[in-house]
Every structure is written in structure tokens, then in C-alpha cells.
Design a protein around this ligand. Structure first.
Ligand SMILES: NC(=O)c1ccc[n+]([C@@H]2O[C@H](COP(=O)([O-])OP(=O)(O)OC[C@H]3O[C@@H](n4cnc5c(N)ncnc54)[C@H](OP(=O)(O)O)[C@@H]3O)[C@@H](O)[C@H]2O)c1
Length: 268
């Protein structure tokens, strides 16, 4: 297979590329002709994936082993984003969950979840936006979750980290307006991946197949949304008016809260 025009497409950094959604992103982007930087902690898996992508698609695939719960791991990816002028796309996908009430969740898990899902994503988004805005082009994709829309039992912190991704990424879309930089928010529903085992879901009754999407369909729909210049892509949401209504109600509530007077129901 001839290598497509990778000089034009540049390099995509994919975090959480050792399994699940990130692994499929790396595969699909390599198929499109991007060079890839695969980021995660499991070096052995990343090396196997990199070799496979190079063999099948004749692109360059580099392994960047980094623990994104640690400042050094985040810095290593920021350094690559800042120093590699070919980077044109960042997929901020690494993340994890634990299905437990807050009171039963170990402190180190809480800390690491916020560090990976929020802190690392924020630092990498900033580094990418600074780079991309300077050159007037580039694409940032942040992977949130349907869990960020509404509290769901058993995932108090995970849901809140994804609500952060929802608000944060849409705020960045305003910052990027008119700069030539694109920012896409991707909101998967339930997707078959090892993420459910990491979360502890392997010990539960499996979810009905009708409500769980494959990683391939999720990423293919997310990339189709990107190709269609969508700002927010919810791969499994059939009725996109729901999303628009949600956004418009949220924005209306905010506007209505800018009010000098206390609401009359408080009788003050
Ligand atoms: N599956 C779903 O139902 C679903 C639904 C909505 C949103 N999402 C989101 O989709 C994204 C991908 O999840 P997935 O379902 O594909 O799960 P997954 O198969 O478990 O993949 C998670 C990826 O994140 C990486 N990761 C976790 N902790 C990390 C750390 N400290 N440092 C660096 N990398 C780390 C893992 O790599 P290593 O373990 O090798 O480090 C792995 O590559 C997550 O942000 C998740 O919240 C998933």
C-alpha cells in the first residue's frame, strides 16, 4: 500500500492508545495516512500496535510511554507537542473510571482519576492550542462521555470529570473561533472496551448488547463527525435535537441567573 499524503496530514498524538477507543483511533488515523504517536503506560502493547500500524499503513508510529496521572508523564507529552512541528492532531482520549460510591473509592484512585481525566487533558489541551494557534491550524479532539450529562449511580467522580470535559472543551471552541484551529468534543455512550474491566464492570451483569456500541463504530462515527465539521459528536445519539436542546437550555439557565434580585420563592 502506498503511503498517502502524510506530509500534508502530519502527526496525530493519541493518548490511551494501548486499548479500546484510543487503539481504534490510532488504527483509523494511520489508515488515513497520519504518522502516529501512541501514548499510554503499557509499553509492550504500544510497541506491538506501532509495529502493526507501520507494517500495514507504511506510516511512522512512535511509542511514547507516559503515565498521565503523573506530572512527568504529562510533561513528556507536552514536550512532544511543543517540539514536534509535524503534530497536527491531538486525540485526548486516555481516561478511566471505577464503579464505586465515593466513600468506597480509595484516595489514590480518586486522585489519579482526576489527574488523568481532568488535569492531564487540560494541560495537553493548552499545549495543543498554543501550538496550533501559533501556526493557524491543527485539531484538538477531547473524549468526554454521556456520563457527563447527568449523575449516574456508582460513578460520582468519573461522571464529574466528564462534565468537566464537556464544559471545558466547549469553552475552548470559543477560544479557537476564527483561528483556523478546530476543537471537537466527542461524547461516547456505552462502548465495549477494557475500560469496563478497569472500572470493575467485569464483575457485574453484562450490559444488554442493544445499548453498547463497538469501539470501531464509536471511532468511525466520531471521525465522520469530524469530517462533517461537527463541534460536538455523540456517536450513539440518534436524535441530535436532544443535544441542541440540552445546550440551549443550559445556556438559557446561565443567562437567567444573572439577576440582581433573589428569586421570589425565597421571600427575602
Ligand atoms: N467505554 C465506554 O463505555 C466509554 C464511554 C464514554 C467515554 N469513554 C471514554 O473513552 C476513553 C477511552 O476509554 P476506553 O473505553 O477505550 O477504555 P480502555 O480500553 O480502558 O482505554 C483506556 C486507555 O487509557 C489509558 N490510560 C489509563 N490510565 C492512564 C494513565 N495513567 N496514563 C496514561 N494512559 C492511561 C490506558 O492505557 P494504559 O493502561 O496502557 O496506560 C488505555 O490505553 C476514556 O476517556 C473513557 O472515559 C469510554
Amino acid at each position: 500500500m502506498n503511503k498517502p499524503d502524510s506530509n500534508t496530514l502530519g502527526t496525530a498524538i493519541v493518548t490511551g492508545a494501548s486499548s479500546g477507543i484510543g487503539k481504534v483511533y490510532a488504527d483509523r488515523l494511520a489508515a488515513r495516512g497520519y504518522d502516529i504517536v501512541l501514548v499510554a503506560r503499557r509499553a509492550d502493547r504500544l510497541t506491538t500496535i506501532a509495529n502493526d500500524l507501520q507494517n500495514r499503513f507504511h506510516i511512522r508510529a512512535d511509542v511514547l510511554v507516559a503515565d498521565l496521572s503523573q506530572p512527568e508523564g504529562v510533561s513528556a507529552v507536552v514536550d512532544r507537542l511543543t517540539s514536534d512541528t509535524t503534530v497536527s492532531l491531538l486525540i485526548n482520549n486516555a481516561g478511566f473510571s471505577l464503579l464505586k460510591p465515593l466513600t468506597e473509592t480509595p484516595d489514590d484512585v480518586l486522585k489519579n482519576m482526576i489527574a488523568v481525566n481532568v488535569t492531564a487533558l487540560t494541560a495537553l489541551s493548552k499545549a495543543a492550542l498554543v501550538r496550533f494557534k501559533n501556526k493557524g491550524s491543527g485539531t484538538l479532539v477531547n473524549v468526554g462521555s454521556g456520563a457527563g450529562f447527568s449523575p449516574y449511580p456508582g460513578i460520582p467522580v468519573y461522571g464529574a470529570t466528564k462534565a468537566y470535559v464537556y464544559l471545558f472543551t466547549q469553552a475552548l471552541q470559543s477560544e479557537a473561533e476564527g483561528t483556523g484551529v478546530r476543537v471537537q468534543l466527542v461524547l461516547p455512550g456505552a462502548v465495549v472496551s477494557e475500560g469496563w474491566d478497569v472500572a470493575g464492570g467485569a464483575d457485574l451483569e453484562p450490559l444488554p448488547p442493544s445499548i453498547v456500541m463497538s469501539t470501531e463504530d464509536c471511532v468511525d462515527a466520531a471521525l465522520a463527525g469530524l469530517d462533517q465539521h461537527e463541534l460536538v459528536t455523540a456517536p450513539s445519539l440518534e436524535d441530535e435535537a436532544l443535544l441542541q436542546n440540552y445546550q440551549s437550555v443550559a445556556s438559557h439557565v446561565l443567562q437567567m441567573m444573572f439577576n440582581q434580585k433573589a428569586a421570589s420563592r425565597y421571600s427575602i
